[in-house]
Design a protein around this ligand. Sequence first.
Ligand code: PEP
Ligand code: MG
Length: 596
Amino acid sequence: MDSKKKKKPEKTIHGIAASNGIAYGRAFLFVQDELDVPHYKVEPTRYREEVERFEKALVATRHEIAKVHAEVEKNLGPDEARIFDAHLLVLEDQALIGETIREFEKTSMNIETCFMSISQRYVAVFEKIDDDYLRERVSDIRDVARRLLANLLGRTAAKLGELITDRIVISNDISPSDAASIDRSSALGIVTEAGSRTSHAVIVARSMRIPAVVGIGALTDTVESDDMFIVDGYDGVVIVNPDETTLFRYGKLKEQKRTFESRVMSVNRLQSETLDGTRVPHFANIEKETESDLAIRYNAEGIGLYRTEYLFIASDDIPDEEAQFAAYRKVAETLHPRPVIIRTFDLGGDKVRSNGVSISDPEANPFLGFRAIRFCLEHKDLFRTQLRAILRASAFGNVRIMYPMISSAVEIVRAGEILDEARAELRKKNQKFDEKIAVGAMIEIPSAAFTIDLIAEHASFLSIGTNDLIQYLLAIDRVNSRIAHLYEPTHPAVIRTLQRIFADARKARIPVSICGEMAGDPVFAALLLGLGAQSLSMTPPLLPSVRYMIRHMKYSEARKLAKDALKMSDPKEIYAKFADFYAERTRELNVEDAEE
Ligand code: PEP
Ligand code: MG
């Protein structure tokens, strides 16, 4: 670090604890604006690459415009095509290009940021000139700038994970595709201004055990890239430029947490069973096929939720049948003979794009919009392709299919018709698959939660997605940090609904599991079990702590606690009740109590 610089004062900020762990490191500022253009500093070792990225995007944009020019000329005539000559001229404008590169050399900001700032400067200048011809050029510049940016972002954009090693990512918001591109060697920790515990980027961070604090409010404007950060993902605290005493304190805390977690790991290979002998099978949630090894490492009894949409989110295109089949087969084979529940694409909501490529038009309320099964039922080819890939993978393991966002039995029937078509296509080609493949539905919309008997007629298993169920029951957008404090899994409406789902499922003789984030929080283990949960599915690193909790309680205790909770009205008091129970049962794991 620059020794001439004055030591900056320490600052503590509170946010939402999103992913457990403590990280310490240098900041990497990554900011997305409304146009989804990220802003960040480029490391000197990547300068050449960055300029090449710009050059490649210029060439690609030129090709694109020339193609449009030819098409318009052919279909509409040379006069109409002339506008594209003007566009090509913008791209050949050496001043614009040269200034962008100079701006990059001066600021080291990524090329999109530099190009945006220079083109906006041009637009501002031309807009003021009292000359029709020159003012016309404003829209040309805007148009070309949009195309060039799309090319930079879509095809040649560096992924967040490739930009960094060992940094704390500080961002206004991180998309699921950004999150999918990072791992523990690139990002030490994540801090975002927006977000909540159940936003998908956070779920991904949790599966990679990257400490994260979200929803901390305005920060990126004041952060400099040489700032040092502590991220305390347990308590939702971020410390900017910590002093020696704080560093020492956190060093000690990290040690204590490590001991706690290694003690929890002592149950990793043991059965998930209560003290009075009730088995509660534990499954893993995964986003990528590579995580199937992680599920095995944490002794999952199968995959309870495979979020296949990450195949799309993590790449530039929708993967074809072969690519999907390879991924599903890998998971099926790795887990064999354990069951693998493959959820069909849940695109939409906060999972709408991959590298600038949107799956659909922006919507005012994406979580209430064109998402998941609704999207698939209207994109039948894409859906059938996925179903074929899943069916083919079923020949290599114990595969099941699950539909997301089911709001009524009718949707399962419609999805089933497409599944039948996929089956028929495979039969025609003599491709093998499990003829008796089980088909299930996610229960995450209140209308489904209250029609379990009807849904059970068309499904052979159910899985409760509490992340969505809570947002829809309480009318709390799950990614809106402004109202994240109102997102309460212990709200009486939530626990009553859960109880009712379990009771109705029992009556309908259909197995039901939980795969929302609630299942992976050991504080809720007694509540869920007591309400009637038969099995739980969570991100693999969380399996040991929930298993530990299950092994340290009686089923009868869980029943009693849940019964009492059902009579209570304050979500915070209900939470405290289970948090106390958790603290009591895990006391022996704490370093101070155990040996100090
Ligand atoms: C849920 O909604 O609880 C769930 C598991 O699905 P997702 O988080 O992918 O929406
Ligand atoms: Mg969901």
